[in-house]
Design a protein. Sequence first.
Length: 362
Amino acid sequence: MQKISLPTPVLRTPTVDPGETFTAHQEDSLLDTFGRRARDLRISLTDFCNLRCSYCMPEEGVEFMSRDTAMTAEEIVHFVRIGVEKFGVDQVRFTGGEPLTRKDVVDIIAGVAALEPRPNIALTTNAIGLDKRAAKLRDAGLDRINVSLDTVDPDTFATITRRPFLNRVLEGIQGAQAAGLDPVKVNAVLLPGVNDHQAPDLLRWCLERGLKLRFIEQMPLDAGHSWERGTMITAADIFALLEPHFVLIPDSAPRNGAPAEKFLVASKDDPSTIIGDVGIIASVTRPFCADCTRTRLTAEGRVRTCLFSHTEVDLLTAMRDGADDEAIANLWKGAHWKKLAGHGMDSESFEQPQRPMSAIGG
């Protein structure tokens, strides 16, 4: 079996003076001082979710934003249009919270799909209710979908999500496949002593159904701030869990800024036949910040240059106050210009953001 070795992560040095202020005369792109250009826009549609995953939200006592605080469908499409026309954004992913809890999600996707040039449109969801909406989402213009699913064991699912809804999630996945959405990816977080031992079974389950599994290292974005580096399941742990059951071969295709490092999968019985692939998103132990191409908008229309940012720039207030597209674009560019080299989780001085994942958007 081929031994897997991972490259050492690299942080680039600035290609321009980081003390320089981004001005309107500079090129129309979301450029930072390290020469990275953002073409992948992640937009949170809501901070509300109908699950309470332990690594994301507290069990109770959550205060969600008011409806008038969140962007409207028209405002979301307007922001995407600025991104497409001004910055060359060609990838848009809608997240949450749970984006399917917005009744106008189909209208939002249709509005973005009508833009010229048309960006690729993706959605990250827990799949509850997806079986009833998948065809409409596809017809509106949805290209790809990711489903958050950490286990296919009902008891473990209820433990992690604090809700007994596994069957509804599985029905949602089946509905997405029946609607012709392809690929359907599955995002899984492994928790020590909870579902880590189920990793091989989850991969096998996904391979049998033509689903593309992506394991994600747990990130310090939980509401309770209980994340601990010493106990998290790392990429190395995931390899150790999978390798006794599968042959994993590094995929030679370039990542092009994609967060997942991909591996082709073969069975132990027939190592020469590829039966699928699996991805590892090692944000903590193998950061890919040097190749980041993402920019983010929270559900309140605030720019975040990184999941772990401690600052945000409010674009929605400017839009509602009558700012034109050029002014909004310059605010956006100014925020992105200050993007840091990396999230800094390898530093002892790292501080977890106050806002949990559900309030930021994945």
